[in-house]
Design a protein around this ligand. Sequence first.
Ligand SMILES: C[S@@+](CC[C@H](N)C(=O)[O-])C[C@H]1O[C@@H](n2cnc3c(N)ncnc32)[C@H](O)[C@@H]1O
Length: 211
Amino acid sequence: MDMKVASERRRALEQYRLRATVYDSELAVFEPMRRSAVARMNLTSGDTVLDVGCGTGLSFDPLQQVIGSGGRIIGIEQSLEMLDKSRTRVATQGWTNVTLLNTPVELANTQAQADAALFHFTHDILRNPDAISNVMRDLKPGAQVVAAGLQWSHPWAWTTNCFVMMAAMYSTTSLEGLDQPWSHLANYLDRMEVSTTLMGGGFIVSGVARA
Ligand SMILES: C[S@@+](CC[C@H](N)C(=O)[O-])C[C@H]1O[C@@H](n2cnc3c(N)ncnc32)[C@H](O)[C@@H]1O
């Protein structure tokens, strides 16, 4: 593994090792955005969904509400501490249709041809072309793809941009690509739509996997 990749992975693992216990309360303010992102996935009952960088599994409940017990969630997460929280959530809820993979996304082998993929607040993953191409390999042509997270707002929106910078420094290994976090993903999507939220500091991108 190249030294830069290894050091960024170490840094990301350390960030989330420390955050895992408080993560859910920190993210509470973004729950409406998560619900909007899941709604944009146009899921139906029985769908298989990749939750890419699933963290503590906060998206599982809104996903389950649409895909039902006949559907399947595959959560991919490299941080053991974050994934342990997912595991507890799954056990507490009694969900039997969730598979959790403890691996970097770029190395994940889901053995699925999924109907949809969600990238929710996963800047480091979105900026990793190997991770994106690996996810796209495991999607059906025409699968629904949604990404949501933080981005730079207009240059004059400095209060929003201060918030974005502080949140990004706390959550990601690099500020690279915050002007268009979805730019690598865009290479794989048709019918792409981008909307902004959080006073321009947030985005939700949706599209379908190109055949
Ligand atoms: C801000 S959290 C988002 C978690 C979840 N998607 C949510 O919406 O609450 C970002 C997550 O991505 C994970 N992550 C970052 N890079 C990763 C990679 N290359 N492979 C797998 N997980 C990764 C981190 O460990 C962290 O749990």
